[in-house]
Design a protein around this ligand. Sequence first.
Ligand code: MN
Length: 255
Amino acid sequence: MADQRPLILVTNDDGILSPGLRVLAEAARQLGEALVVAPDREMSAVSHAITLHRPIRILETTEGHALTGTPVDCAYMGIHHIAPRRPDLVVSGVNLGPNLGSDVLYSGTVAAAREGTIQGLPSIAFSLASRDREPLAKLAPALATLMRAVLTNGLPPGITLNVNFPRVTADPPEFRATRLGRRAYSAEVVRRLDPRGQEYLWIGGGMPELEDTPETDTAAIRSGAVSVTPIPLFAVRDEDLRHLAAWSLFGPNGN
Ligand code: MN
């Protein structure tokens, strides 16, 4: 209803106790009513996992509703079960660490926002390209600006906004509309022994290199701008369908 303040569903993948969640909820409260529904523990890099084969429980905490589930469970339950009315906006984060380029495929932060998009709601994922928590304290104005912009302008159907903040966000912030860039991961697998002498493996090593192609999210972060990327849910391109059409597999009239 037009006379109601916007209802903003706030979730994340770092868990209900994350300082990034608290900052985002506080920024949301500047614009409307914040409904916090987040995993009861760290759930980073679970991508778009949804819980279908075990029970989900809700714990009421001072931070909000804590679910024994994934970030996507939180968005889904928040929208369809916990919210007193249909939310006006879904926001996820602020993740402690970047979600740039192919990170968005692994990210629980981005997946929770994408679930909002699937459910037909404008949705934004927020990440801080720093492991340092200190910059979080200064993000509230920029978070509110971006949420207000989406509430005012809406988003095209099927588009999730993926926002990354640099380590230092200028005042006023420089917002840059970007494409997904590439991050060059080391392809490293670390092999170690646990205290009982059993081998274990750990994926990944150091921080990945950022691609510097203009217009990319990675380049924006490198130059200290706030990266704002409109990510489509599905992107099947005409040129790829034409490529498949040429395969004998599909026959002379195949498409
Ligand atoms: Mn995370």
